[in-house]
Design a protein around this ligand. Structure first.
Ligand SMILES: C[S@@+](CC[C@H](N)C(=O)[O-])C[C@H]1O[C@@H](n2cnc3c(N)ncnc32)[C@H](O)[C@@H]1O
Length: 373
C-alpha cells in the first residue's frame, strides 16, 4: 500500500475540472496490483493525467497521450518539478499582479478571437488578456505551465458560459474587473500552496511524460514490447465532446481547437451531430488497441475502464463491444468488475446517468509470444 497523503493527492488530482475522470485511488489500486517499482505504464487516453499522477507517486515510469492540449497542460502540471527559485518567482508574480493589475490593465491590448464578445464580457476579456501577457514575461516553461493551469481553471467561471457542461451564454451581472482578478489570485494562491506541500513529499518526476499525440500514433513514442501495464479509460461513446468542453480554454491559450476536434474519437459530434454508426467507434478503438498491443510486453496486462453509451438510439454495451473488438488481439480476460453509472461520477450529464448503464473494468493479458507485435 502507498503511504501517501491521499487527501492531498485527491486535491492535486482535482485541481482543474475534467469530465469523466477516474479517481486517483482507482489508478493507484490497479497500478499497485499489476506492476512493480520502476515498471513502465502507458495510458493512451490520458485526460487529466490521473494515471501519471499515480505512477509518479508510486515510483513507476509512465507515459501517456491525449489529443486535447488542456489534458496535456493538466497532466504536465501534475508532473511539474519546480525548485525554490520557481516558487519564489511565482509568489512574486501573484503579489505583483495583486498590487498592480489595475495599472497593467490600462496598458493591455484586449485579446480577440471569433465570437469572444458573445462568451466573455469586456471586463473579463481585459483581465484575462492582462494575465496572459504577464505570463509570457515569466522566466521559464515550468513557471508558465503553472500559471497557464491557473488561468485555464478559471476561464469558464469568468465567461458567460452557463456551467462547465452547459454550453449556453447567459448574463452574469457579478462579473467585474475586480471579481475576475480576485478569482485568479485566489485560485493561484490555493493551487500554489497545494503544489508546494505536494512537491515536498513526491520528489522527482522525470520518468513520466505526457504527449500531445493521437493514440493511433503512440507506437512512435516508445520501442515495441517495452510496456508492462496499460491503464486507460477511452471516451464513453456519444457522451462528451471534450474539445467543446475546453474550447474557450484552448482559444485563450492559443491551442488548435480544430485539430483536437478532428482527432477526438467517440464524441457527441460524431455520433449525435454527424450520426455516424457505432462501427466507426469500434474501428477507432481497435486501431488504438492494436498500437497498444505492439507496445505491450508478452504477458503484459491492460486495464480498460469504460462506460456504456447509446448510439443511434441503441444501447452500446461497452463490455460486449470491447470483448468483440479485441478478439483479433487474442488477449485473455483475467479480471472483470462493474458499477452502475447512476450512482457514480457527479460530473456526468443527467441524461447519461440512466439506470441501465454500467461502467465496466476489464483486465486483459497479452499472450506469451510475439505473434501479434
Ligand atoms: C474518459 S477521458 C480520460 C479520463 C482520464 N482517465 C482521467 O482520469 O482524467 C477520455 C480522453 O480521451 C481523449 N481522446 C479522445 N480521442 C483520442 C485520441 N484519438 N487519442 C488520444 N486521446 C484521445 C479525450 O480527449 C479525453 O481526454
Amino acid at each position: 500500500m502507498t503511504c501517501f497523503d491521499m487527501d492531498l493527492l485527491r486535491k492535486i488530482d482535482r485541481i482543474h475540472p475534467y469530465p469523466a475522470k477516474f479517481p486517483v485511488g482507482t489508478a493507484i489500486k490497479y497500478i499497485e496490483k499489476y506492476t512493480q517499482e520502476n515498471d513502465l505504464v502507458f495510458d493512451p487516453f490520458l485526460g487529466s493525467g490521473t494515471t501519471l499522477l499515480a505512477t509518479s507517486v508510486l515510483h513507476r515510469r509512465g507515459f501517456g497521450t491525449d489529443v486535447n492540449p488542456i489534458a496535456i497542460l493538466i497532466s504536465n502540471f501534475k508532473l511539474l518539478s519546480m525548485n525554490d527559485d520557481d516558487i519564489v518567482a511565482l509568489n512574486n508574480f501573484v503579489v505583483d499582479f495583486t498590487e498592480n493589475y489595475q495599472d497593467y490593465i490600462s496598458h493591455t491590448i484586449p485579446y480577440s478571437y471569433a465570437s469572444i464578445d458573445h462568451w466573455f464580457c469586456k471586463e473579463s476579456i481585459l483581465v484575462l488578456s492582462c494575465i496572459k501577457s504577464r505570463i509570457s514575461l515569466l522566466a521559464n516553461d515550468n513557471q508558465r505551465t503553472f500559471c497557464k493551469l491557473v488561468l485555464s481553471s478559471i476561464i469558464n467561471t469568468v465567461s458567460n458560459q452557463e456551467g462547465d457542461t452547459r454550453y449556453a451564454a447567459i448574463e452574469k451581472k457579478y462579473l467585474s474587473t475586480s471579481f475576475v482578478a480576485e478569482t485568479f489570485v485566489k485560485k493561484f494562491r490555493m493551487i500554489l500552496s497545494c503544489y508546494v506541500e505536494f512537491n515536498k513529499l513526491r520528489g522527482p518526476t522525470e520518468k513520466n511524460e505526457a504527449y500531445l499525440c493521437d493514440a493511433k500514433e503512440s507506437d512512435r513514442l516508445a520501442p515495441y514490447g517495452c510496456v508492462d501495464f496499460i491503464l486507460t479509460s477511452p471516451p464513453y461513446p456519444n457522451t462528451y465532446d471534450y474539445y467543446l468542453y475546453h474550447k474557450h480554454r484552448m482559444f485563450w491559450l492559443g491551442y488548435d481547437v480544430k485539430s483536437t476536434m478532428r482527432l477526438e474519437i467517440g464524441s457527441r459530434r460524431e455520433y449525435s451531430s454527424l450520426k455516424l454508426p457505432k462501427e466507426k467507434f469500434n474501428r477507432d478503438l481497435l486501431q488504438i488497441f492494436e498500437v497498444c498491443n505492439r507496445l505491450l510486453k508478452p504477458r503484459g496486462r491492460v486495464a480498460i475502464i469504460m462506460g456504456d453509451g447509446k448510439i443511434q438510439g441503441e444501447k452500446y454495451d461497452a463490455k460486449i463491444n470491447l470483448i468483440n473488438i479485441l478478439a483479433p488481439l487474442k488477449w485473455k480476460v483475467v479480471d472483470y468488475s462493474f458499477s452502475n453509472l447512476d450512482d457514480t461520477s457527479r460530473s456526468f450529464q443527467q441524461s447519461y446517468r440512466t439506470k441501465d448503464k454500467r461502467e465496466h473494468v476489464l483486465v486483459f493479458e497479452k499472450e506469451n509470444n510475439n505473434e501479434n507485435i
